[in-house]
Design a protein around this ligand. Structure first.
Ligand SMILES: Cc1cc2nc3c(=O)[nH]c(=O)nc-3n(C[C@H](O)[C@H](O)[C@H](O)COP(=O)(O)O)c2cc1C
Length: 189
């Protein structure tokens, strides 16, 4: 069986966002892990408007090209890592909107959660994301990576470099995604 496709989803879209550097670091960690074919999926590139499909996504009757393209992207994933900040104690609206666009494409796949922020490290945002993923039958792994005071890890060139603790946490998360994906993938296929 081929290596599972792991999509690292960059969940902040605003101009000047800092999170893309975190997502790029997570993608590098996942490449180094060696257990996955890694794709960085930038929500800013998906170009999704506020949900504009008439039917429930459960039906898969998509009418817009952007939805069909987004569906094709998420369909090819075997697992995800969501990388996201905390906006007003919850997930960014753009991330929730992108998740809401689809249904079956998400299901029965493992997900790691990487939240970042100040003292709270985006943990309230991570807590808010879990029931959304649960509704879509995405399986969040316990080994989440949370990054407090995250800007200290971003240099003047906009490159995020994690310390040994963060790398250990990300590695544990990726190991668990790999373990769970091996169990979920066969039955799903
Ligand atoms: C609309 C908005 C709401 C925010 N709310 C929170 C918050 O509730 N808790 C927090 O720790 N930081 C909050 N912040 C600060 C973010 O952690 C910080 O701006 C971070 O860089 C956002 O990630 P991004 O740059 O990838 O968009 C907020 C930022 C924005 C733009």
């Amino acid at each position: 069986m081929s290596r599972p496709v792991l999509q690292v989803i960059a969940g902040s879209t605003r101009p000047g966002r800092k999170g893309i550097a975190v997502a790029q670091w997570v993608a590098r960690q996942a490449e180094a892990h060696g257990g996955f074919d890694v794709e960085l999926v930038d929500l800013a590139d998906a170009g999704l408007p506020v949900l504009d499909e008439p039917d429930h996504p459960r039906l898969g009757q998509y009418t817009k090209d952007h939805t069909k393209a987004w569906s094709a992207t998420i369909s090819r994933a075997d697992a995800f890592v969501f990388v996201f900040p905390e906006y007003n104690h919850s997930i960014p609206g753009g991330l929730k909107n992108a998740i809401d666009f689809l249904f079956h494409e998400w299901a029965d796949k493992a997900a790691g959660l990487v939240s970042y922020g100040g003292v709270s490290a985006g943990t309230r945002s991570a807590a808010a994301l879990k029931p959304v993923l649960g509704a879509l039958r995405v399986v969040p792994v316990v080994e989440a990576a949370t990054i407090p005071f995250f800007t200290q890890f971003i240099d003047d060139d906009g490159v995020f470099t994690g310390n040994a603790e963060l790398e250990t946490g990300a590695g544990a998360m990726l190991d668990e995604i790999a373990r769970l994906t091996a169990k979920l993938r066969g039955p799903r296929d």
